[in-house]
Design a binder for this molecule. Structure first.
Ligand SMILES: [Zn+2]
Length: 336
C-alpha cells in the first residue's frame, strides 16, 4: 500500500469482485508472474455492460471468469493496450460473441509482434544487445515470448477513437504513450473516475522502454507528456489501476513518478558527464540491481535506453559508435 495516497477500499483476492460504485465493479484476476494479479473493471452505461481489459490467457484466469458468472462478461470489451495481461482473453471472449475495441496502434503492435518468428525475435534482440554492449546468450531470450503468452489475438477488434465511448457515453477515451504505443485511458466526469490501466499504478512505475523495432524512439517524453495531461484531473478523481489498490491522490502519484524518472535521468547525466563515455549496458548497472535475471534484461535495457534517448533527444547527450561497434553516450560539449 502506498501511504502517500488515499486508498478508500481494502484489497480483494484473486477471482473476487467488488462493487465500487453503482454499476461499476472491480474484478481481480491472477497472473502467473509478478505482481501476481491484474485488475479489470466492468461498468454499466446506457449501451449495456462494458468490460475494460480481460486478464491473462491461462487456465487460472479462465476458471475465475467461469466462477464469476457470465462468459463473456460483457458484450463490449475495451482493451487498454496490447500487453498479455490486458488483451489476453480478448480472442476467447470474441469467439463467444463479444465485440472487442482497442486503440488502433495497440492492435498494430500486437499483430506485428505476434507475426514474428522466434528466430526473427531472437535476431532483433541479438543485434540490439550487441549494439548496446549487453552480453547475454540470445538463447536466454527464448523465442517469441509474446505469442507464447497470447496464442490468439482478437480477429475482428474495432479501433477505439478518442472522445466519448459510443457504447458508453458517460465515459471518454484518451491515449497515453510511453508504456505502449497508445494506451487507452477511460475517464468518467461524474464522481470522477479514471480507469488508468498501467499508466498510473500506485506502487510501481510502468515499464517505459525502447524496443528493437523503434530504437530511436523517445517513449519517456511521450509518457511524461501524458502525465502532464493527467495532472489536470480533479484532485478527488478515483484512480482505478490495473495493478494494486484503487486510490485518490492523482497529483501526488504523478509527482512521485516524475521524481523517479528525474532521479534516473540525473544518474545517467552525471555518469555520462564524468570520465569515459557510457554504454547502455553500463547504464543498466547504474539503474538496476546487479543480479538481474537474463529474462529481465530486455526490460532493463529498454528502460535504460528510454532514459538515454530522452537525454539525447533533449540535446544533453550525444551518441557515437565505438571501435567495438557499441553505442556510447557522453555529455554534449558546450558551445557545439
Ligand atoms: Zn502493460
Amino acid at each position: 500500500m502506498n501511504d502517500s495516497l488515499e486508498h478508500p477500499y481494502r484489497g480483494i483476492g484473486n477471482g473476487a469482485s467488488f462493487e465500487l460504485a453503482d454499476g461499476l465493479t472491480w474484478i481481480r484476476l491472477p497472473l502467473p508472474f509478478p505482481p501476481r494479479h491484474v485488475n479489470v473493471y466492468r461498468f454499466e452505461d446506457e449501451g449495456g455492460p462494458v468490460l475494460v481489459d480481460c486478464g491473462f490467457p491461462d487456465d487460472a484466469t479462465t476458471a475465475c471468469w467461469k466462477q464469476l458468472g457470465s462468459v463473456p462478461p460483457a458484450p463490449d470489451i475495451v482493451v487498454t493496450h496490447f500487453h498479455p495481461d490486458h488483451i489476453g482473453q480478448a480472442a476467447h471472449f470474441e469467439a463467444m460473441g463479444a465485440r472487442v475495441h482497442a486503440p488502433a496502434p495497440e492492435l498494430e503492435a500486437a499483430g506485428e509482434l505476434h507475426a514474428l518468428s522466434g528466430e526473427q525475435m531472437q535476431g532483433s534482440f541479438a543485434e540490439f544487445f550487441a549494439l548496446n554492449g549487453v552480453s547475454v546468450p540470445v538463447a536466454a531470450i527464448g523465442g517469441n515470448r509474446y505469442r507464447a503468452a497470447v496464442p490468439d489475438l482478437p480477429a475482428h477488434a474495432e479501433p477505439l477513437g478518442a472522445g466519448a465511448l459510443p457504447f458508453a457515453p458517460s465515459w471518454s477515451v484518451s491515449f497515453a504513450g510511453g508504456h505502449s504505443p497508445a494506451h487507452a485511458l477511460l475517464y468518467r466526469h461524474e464522481s470522477p473516475m479514471l480507469i488508468a490501466g498501467d499508466i498510473l499504478l500506485p506502487e510501481i512505475t510502468p515499464n517505459i522502454s525502447v524496443w528493437p523495432n523503434a530504437p530511436e524512439a523517445d517513449p519517456l517524453d511521450d509518457y511524461l507528456a501524458a502525465l502532464e495531461e493527467l495532472h489536470k484531473l480533479p484532485g478527488n478523481t478515483l484512480v482505478l489501476p490495473a495493478h494494486g489498490l484503487p486510490y485518490r491522490g492523482v497529483q501526488r502519484r504523478i509527482e512521485a513518478i516524475r521524481t523517479h524518472h528525474e532521479k534516473r535521468l540525473s544518474i545517467l547525466r552525471k555518469a555520462a558527464g564524468e570520465g569515459a563515455a557510457l554504454s547502455a549496458a553500463e547504464a543498466i548497472r547504474l539503474l538496476f540491481r546487479p543480479d538481474l535475471e537474463p529474462s529481465s534484461l530486455p526490460f532493463a535495457l529498454g528502460e535504460a535506453l528510454a532514459h538515454l534517448n530522452r537525454l539525447r533527444h533533449g540535446d544533453e547527450l550525444v551518441r557515437k559508435l565505438d571501435e567495438q561497434g557499441i553505442y556510447r553516450y557522453h555529455a554534449r560539449p558546450r558551445n557545439s
